[in-house]
Design a protein around this ligand. Sequence first.
Ligand SMILES: Nc1ncnc2c1ncn2[C@@H]1O[C@H](COP(=O)(O)OP(=O)(O)OP(=O)(O)O)[C@@H](O)[C@H]1O
Length: 282
Amino acid sequence: MENTIEVKGMRKVFGRNTAIKHVSFNVKRGEIFGLLGPSGSGKTTTIKILTGELGQTAGDVTVLGFDSDRFRTADFKAQIGILSDNSSLYERLTVYDNLKLFCRLYDAPLEQIDTMLQEVNLQDERSKPISKLSKGMKQRVLLAKALIHKPELVFLDEPTSALDPGNAAQIHRGLQKLNEAGTTIFITTHNMEEATVLCDRVAFLHNGEFQELDSPGALRYKYSTHAFHVETFAGDKLVIDNERSNADQIKKLIASGQVKEMHTDNPTLGQIFLKVTGKELV
Ligand SMILES: Nc1ncnc2c1ncn2[C@@H]1O[C@H](COP(=O)(O)OP(=O)(O)OP(=O)(O)O)[C@@H](O)[C@H]1O
């Protein structure tokens, strides 16, 4: 199976509100796929459809070879992990006991618990009840819960939104490791840096449709003016088009030893999103 997720003409209507107008895409096996969009653009709705929590109004949705009418089966659930707003924990039980429960539920070996606690940097909290944890710590337990049964495909809805940069970076490293081991990851985020660092491909969701779908690098190249921005030690700032006819000028500048900084102007994903949709990604 080349594609882990296949979506054709997906549409979702809530009463008079069309949350997803018409969306088609594939997620390749082993890929980290990022869905980017501002609040209310339909990211959570998309994850809910792909995980069987909501039915689509129209369109064909296949995940891990299962058609959407089989998303509620235990077989399907055993192969996916989900971290979303709806994920919950038993507040009075300890971190360890929570994860033990989920291990039992999914028939996962208990040894997985300590490995997972290490991955999410919560070894010291293993005997604390959930009610005594910070929001960021709870989020990390939820992540451990989503991954405890080693699912083939993981859906992460804004996984690092409650985390400080240090913990977010650690989670990113953990997700990269997980992905290197073969897990496909579908992630939604507002965080452009997160998307740039983590995702093989990203889609921009706006007004219920995809506006762009490509790798962060390809999008940054596509929206670049390809000009060199040069700053000299004397404080002069030059913009030189990346043209063969400017090669001599660039050569001379470098030879003069006066170049303090030189870079191309590849825009950030946030800037591209704003350009494409006219909206900030917040
Ligand atoms: N159960 C529901 N009933 C009615 N409308 C809904 C329901 N769930 C979502 N919507 C609407 O669908 C649209 C998309 O919402 P969704 O939660 O998918 O956005 P989102 O991109 O995940 O936003 P956020 O980043 O704020 O979580 C919104 O207009 C929302 O009000």
